[in-house]
Ligand binder design. Structure first.
Ligand code: FES
Ligand SMILES: [Fe+2]
Length: 381
């Protein structure tokens, strides 16, 4: 038999308690979010020197800025005096290369985090100013996308970093793309339910009526034609339902299926391109490469039962220079799909608080969820 993806038997899901238990949530913060590379945003969100933004990972507030020399830096956004937050806005611009705590005005050099001055009339003899700089956070720019890691010891390694990876991303000059639209939503679900929903298409026909028309294989409740043990035989049938990809005549994920002539050459020319390529890195990011744009999605847990999902739509700048081009065509389509998924995740969360059941069960098509759970279990040891 040709190789297929499905699980060959049903397997237990993770305990339902893991979707709401506060102790478990704390454990995940320590063992996963404080150790993994966390996606922040496309670097063009910090275009100008002295611009900054803040992000909360677990409860830890982090400050990311572009210093006067246009170098990106990341620090713990906590003053070394008595712990006030330093930049309290989500984003903004510094007046100069100095960070000043809003509480008692200790000041720090934005380029290296060193404490410059306290506000006390006298510096005690035992106080060593060099011991009180801001703590630096590891930062990595990958194809124009900013990642941070709270654990200094964890190196960025491309191998094993992504659950699915495609070399094409390195040919696109993503760092030059413009962020043309942003979208954010707090979904009332545990972060793991977001990833589980992302990993299967059993829900697709009834949750995503338009998407299943655009991607016919999703209408078969499959994410990939290879989910079917007979896929090789079925592939001979001339229909995207069996061959994968978009419906005939469609070019991209958009309301009318058209890319309106804005095709990215490197994507168009890539071998076996079937309308979209997913690249995923747990626990906080996935991106999708389409023929005309890239959508990057960030997943950040807010509480045990709330998850912030934010998306950025990236376009080559030439596309955006064309005044007749309407990004709404692609943005509205994806927002609809993401809103439908949010609703599904919330339904899921509402049902998990039930002491009568210990766990759910994974069916053959949910092999990717199994992979996610295996990863999770390993991290939580
Ligand atoms: S807490 Fe920042 S100066 Fe006092
Ligand atoms: Fe979905």
């Amino acid at each position: 038999m040709s190789k297929f993806y499905s699980l060959t038997k049903s397997v237990n899901s993770i305990p339902l308690k893991w979707y709401y238990d506060l102790n478990h949530f704390e454990k995940e913060q320590l063992k996963i979010f404080n150790k993994e590379w966390i996606y922040v945003c496309h670097e063009n969100n910090l275009k100008e020197s002295l611009s900054y933004l803040t992000i909360k990972v677990s409860k830890v507030d982090i400050l990311i800025l572009k210093d006067k020399l246009n170098v990106l830096k990341a620090y713990l956004n906590t003053c070394r005096h008595r712990g006030s937050v330093i930049c309290s806005n989500q984003n903004g611009k510094l007046k100069n290369n100095i960070l000043i705590c809003p509480y008692h005005q200790w000041s720090y050099n934005a380029s290296d985090g060193k404490l410059l001055k306290t506000s006390s009339f006298k510096i005690p003899k035992n106080f060593k100013i060099s011991n009180y700089g801001l703590k630096k956070i590891n930062i990595k720019i990958w194809n124009g996308l900013i990642f941070i890691n709270l654990d200094k010891k964890i190196k960025w390694k491309i191998k094993n970093r992504f659950q699915d990876y495609n070399e094409i991303v390195n040919k696109l000059n993503v760092e030059k793309y413009e962020v043309a639209h942003r979208w954010k939503k707090i979904i009332k679900c545990n972060w793991k339910l977001f990833w589980e929903n992302y990993s299967e298409c059993l829900h697709c026909p009834n949750i995503h009526p338009d998407l299943t028309k655009l991607v016919p294989v999703y209408g078969r409740r499959m994410v990939d034609i290879k989910d079917d043990p007979n896929w090789k035989k079925l592939k001979k049938i001339d229909h995207p339902k069996f061959q994968g990809g978009l419906r005939k005549g469609a070019e991209t994920w958009s309301l009318d299926g058209s890319a309106h002539g804005k095709k990215i050459k490197e994507v168009e020319q890539s071998r076996n391109f079937q309308g979209f390529i997913y690249i995923t890195t747990w626990p906080t990011m996935f991106l999708v490469i389409f023929i005309d744009h890239i959508r990057v999605v960030r997943i950040l847990p807010k509480t045990n039962s709330e998850t912030e999902v934010s998306a950025e739509w990236l376009f080559p700048s030439d596309t955006l220079k064309d005044k007749n081009y309407k990004i709404k065509n692609v943005v509205d389509f994806s927002v609809k799909v993401m809103s439908e998924d949010s609703h599904a995740c919330e339904l899921n969360q509402q049902g998990v608080y039930n002491p009568a059941y210990k766990t759910g069960i994974l069916m053959p098509e949910e092999y990717e969820i199994k992979r996610f759970h295996d990863w999770l279990r390993k991290k939580l040891i």
